[in-house]
Design a protein around this ligand. Structure first.
Ligand code: IPD
Ligand code: CA
Ligand code: CA
Length: 273
């Protein structure tokens, strides 16, 4: 099967998943619980993950899968087998609260390089796609990252971990960005934050997340002309496209400057603006 055919199938599966999510919201009967006492998971997350897993297994029985609810074991990340990386519901808290920033995220990687990305947002009516080397699209139309050249006018997306005790160190970054940039958005879906960078709605995004949160959106942003990178070097031998710590994805003109700002904030340095 060609990469383009795989992408078509991945879009079909993501849209089926999106329909499940829409129907579940209409019915409003799903249960929920908290993983490790703090991370919300609904019956819908599990049902959608099951559906996507079955569809991928039927089409690609030889290939590996990493998915947030049903196959989260990360040993597959370093392997040679082609790998599907799935977040069935990115934006679970939004989903449970009736907000619209919710997405299905499906990526396909070979030897650690993401080659296909699909992010489908059922409540927004948007499907973002990318194939390596062939650009990125929103609902079938080409998209481009912004061309902003200064931090002062840039709108920056980010997010925060579920663990409350991991949040305070991130306040230094937040303060630096609020003091220097136009403003910050916390929309609650890393996959959609990356797609918003891809189509120029946001100028930058930084966060630490899991592979399923970002693998597809990362390729979409890169194919749309954004610079994808990390604030600090990735561990030797670990595939960069699947390493979710300290992501920095921006329009090309502000990458270096925003990276410096965030690293200085981490180091506790304050700059007089
Ligand atoms: C979360 C979202 C959120 C990000 C969190 C993720 P989930 O994914 O992507 O924007 O800030 O770190 O865990 O739990 O809704 O799939
Ligand atoms: Ca997620
Ligand atoms: Ca999820």
């Amino acid at each position: 099967m060609t990469d383009a055919e795989r992408l078509t199938l991945a879009v079909e599966i993501a849209r089926e998943a999106g329909e499940m999510i829409r129907e579940a919201r209409e019915r409003q009967t799903f249960g929920h619980r908290y993983k490790q006492g703090r991370e919300l998971v609904t019956d819908v997350d599990v049902a959608v993950d099951t559906h996507i897993g079955k569809r991928l297994e039927a089409a690609f029985p030889e290939e590996a899968r990493l998915s947030e609810e049903l196959a989260p074991e990360r040993e597959v990340l370093g392997g040679e087998t082609p790998l599907w990386v799935v977040d069935p519901v990115d934006g679970t808290v939004n989903f449970a609260h009736g907000l619209h920033h919710v997405a299905v995220s499906i990526a396909w990687a070979v030897a650690g390089r993401v080659r296909i990305g699909v992010v489908h947002a059922p409540f927004l009516g948007e499907t973002f796609t990318a194939l390596t080397g062939q650009g990125a699209q929103r609902n079938g139309q080409p998209i481009q990252a912004s061309r902003i050249g200064n931090l002062e006018r840039s709108l920056v997306g980010t997010g925060f971990p579920y663990r409350r005790d991991s949040r305070p160190p991130l306040m230094r970054r937040l303060t630096a960005v609020l003091e220097r940039c136009q403003d910050v958005r916390r929309n609650g879906s890393a996959a959609l934050d990356l797609c918003d960078v891809a189509c120029g709605r946001l100028d930058a995004y930084y966060e630490s997340v899991s592979p399923w949160d970002f693998a597809a959106g990362w390729l979409i942003a890169r194919e749309a002309g954004a610079l994808t990178g990390h604030l600090y070097p990735c561990p030797a031998g670990f595939p960069e496209d699947l390493f979710g710590e300290n992501l920095l994805v921006t329009s090309p003109g502000i990458h270096r400057e925003l990276g410096e700002l965030l690293r200085r904030a981490d180091a506790g340095e304050r700059t007089a603006w």
